[in-house]
Design a binder for this molecule. Structure first.
Ligand code: GAP
Length: 482
């Protein structure tokens, strides 16, 4: 029983938190480093030197992003009777991207440094010196702005001030799908640049195959691809990313009312997700494209400042009208009571799963000073998003009776919650590891467990420990995690 006493003491003597450390400038670097070290995010093809603006999710990253997608799906599809889901393909008919306007108008302005040939996005370069360039500006307008500010703009790489004129660069990613002989560059197939086009082209299919009635929504989660010029800010701007988009089809005269309703609902969604309101901000787009009725972004306070997290757009009848024109198919809605036919207006909510991931990480990343002078890093994820809900530890790895009991507990819990079995290192080290991946509960099986059929449950945030009967553990966690 000696080992019992020593080990229990080791467990109970975990130092208490005395202060939260303040945010600092290197926060982004620390988050990136933790993501790599603990298996959240890896640079793509790293053994080949990486691949700009492409990232992979590791074992905890994939759990987190799956939980983020599940939370969105629940809030949008499961909890709304009038919203149905869809999973359309990445490849679509090339005409889709002509109809949508992406082939002619989906571009970023670019300049090249004449000395070191670095390519820079003009709107970003101007933003850094406090000048606003709207994405809808023509090449001419942008070049005028550049000329006016040419003394203030320098190359981030070589400090030269000598640049080419700005040129617009199309963001669509081309493929050679299915074209084995012809010149595929003439009408290329694209990897989709946004998921909502798959929703618009399936409007009629959904209408004809389900019992939806206007106002109704179609929601989808899926990959999108953009030839982003600047690979910056970690997973904030990726070339392959995942969107969670919902398109609400509404009566034209009700469009703005539905739009305002969704603005409120999407704001509340982030609060429910555990994002603090002080880190959220509205940004209204002033220079709207001709068909848009309104466009607001919800911005999040990322470590590099407030930036777009989600876009909420009132798109009028533009999308259905365009696809109707290009496909020759009528994309209308007929009111079953009045027989009135019309093209519904669209209210869109669009957010990146990866951007939500970065916002949740930023929000959760905490450094704390403990009473013994040590520090800990904790990811204080909202419990429903935590990759691992409970970690199960046998107090000592070389005591087969403890390991066996811990395995029994693990086997009971793993069917219900995402769990991890960990017998590596002392308890303090195991707590630190689980804190860094944001596991809400650590469960230790010690010698008392063998006699009393109970375990120590340690709370991630308060670091408080309590004894819980093994038979009650499942219900205890269910309640705590709900
Ligand atoms: N269908 C509308 C649309 O695609 P968007 O503002 O281009 O609008 C919507 O994109 C959302 O998709 C953004 O608010 C952002 O969360 C995410 N997103 C866009 N480009 C991204 C990128 N390169 N990397 C990661 N997320 C991106």
């Amino acid at each position: 029983m000696t080992s019992n006493k020593i080990s229990t003491k080791e467990e109970k003597s975990q130092p208490r938190k005395i202060a939260s450390l303040t945010r600092d400038d290197s926060r982004m670097d620390k988050i990136i480093s933790l993501c790599k070290r603990r298996g959240f995010v890896f640079p793509s093809s790293e053994i080949y030197g990486g691949f700009a603006a492409v990232y992979d999710y590791g074992s905890y990253g994939v759990e987190l992003v799956n939980n983020i997608k599940a939370a969105w799906w629940k809030a949008m599809v499961q909890e709304n009777e009038n919203i149905v889901g869809l999973d359309s393909s990445i490849f679509m008919h090339p005409k889709v991207w002509q109809a949508s306007g992406h082939v002619s108008g989906f571009s970023d302005p670019l300049i090249e440094c004449k000395k070191c040939h670095a390519r820079l996005r003009v709107d970003h370069v101007l933003e850094e010196i406090g000048v606003f360039a709207d994405e809808k500006m023509s090449e001419e307008e942008i070049n005028k702005l550049l000329k006016e500010n040419k003394d203030k703009i320098e190359c981030a790489k070589c400090k030269s001030k000598n640049f080419t004129e700005a040129k617009k660069f199309n963001l669509l990613v081309q493929s050679n799908l299915g074209n084995f002989t012809g010149d595929w560059t003439k009408e290329p197939t694209y990897l989709r640049g946004e998921t909502c086009q798959g929703i618009y082209v399936n409007f009629k299919n959904v209408l004809d195959s389900s019992r939806v009635k206007v106002p109704f929504g179609i929601a989808q989660i899926g990959k999108a691809f953009r030839n982003e010029i600047t690979a910056r800010q970690f997973i904030f701007r990726k070339r392959e990313f995942e969107q969670m988009e919902m398109q609400m089809f509404v009566r034209p005269e009700e469009g703005m009312e539905v739009y305002e309703d969704w603005r409120k609902r999407r704001w509340q969604y982030y609060l429910d997700l555990g994002i603090s309101e002080k880190n959220l901000k509205w940004h209204q787009h002033e220079n709207l494209v001709f068909y848009a009725k309104a466009a607001w972004d919800i911005e999040y306070n990322f470590p590099f400042g407030f930036k777009e997290l989600e876009g909420i757009h009132a798109r009028g009848d533009y999308d259905l009208t365009q696809h109707s024109k290009f496909s020759g198919q009528k994309l209308e809605y007929q009111d079953s009571k009045t027989n009135e036919k019309y093209v519904p207006h669209i209210v869109e909510t669009s957010v990146g799963a990866d951007r939500t991931f970065l916002a949740v990480l930023t929000e959760s990343y905490t450094e704390e000073k403990l009473e013994d002078g040590s520090e800990r890093v904790v990811l204080k994820f909202p419990k429903k998003l935590a990759p691992i809900k409970a970690a199960i530890f046998p107090l000592l790895k070389n005591k087969p009776e403890l390991v066996q009991k811990a395995r029994e507990v693990y086997d009971v819990l793993k069917g219900e919650f995402m769990c991890e079995f960990d017998d590596n290192g002392n308890i303090g080290k195991r707590y630190r590891r689980q804190d860094e991946i944001g596991t809400p509960y650590c469960i230790t099986i010690d010698f008392d467990s063998l006699e009393n059929a109970d375990v120590t449950v340690r709370d991630r945030d308060t670091m408080k420990q309590e004894r819980i009967k093994i038979a009650e553990l499942k219900d205890y966690l269910k309640e705590k995690l709900s």
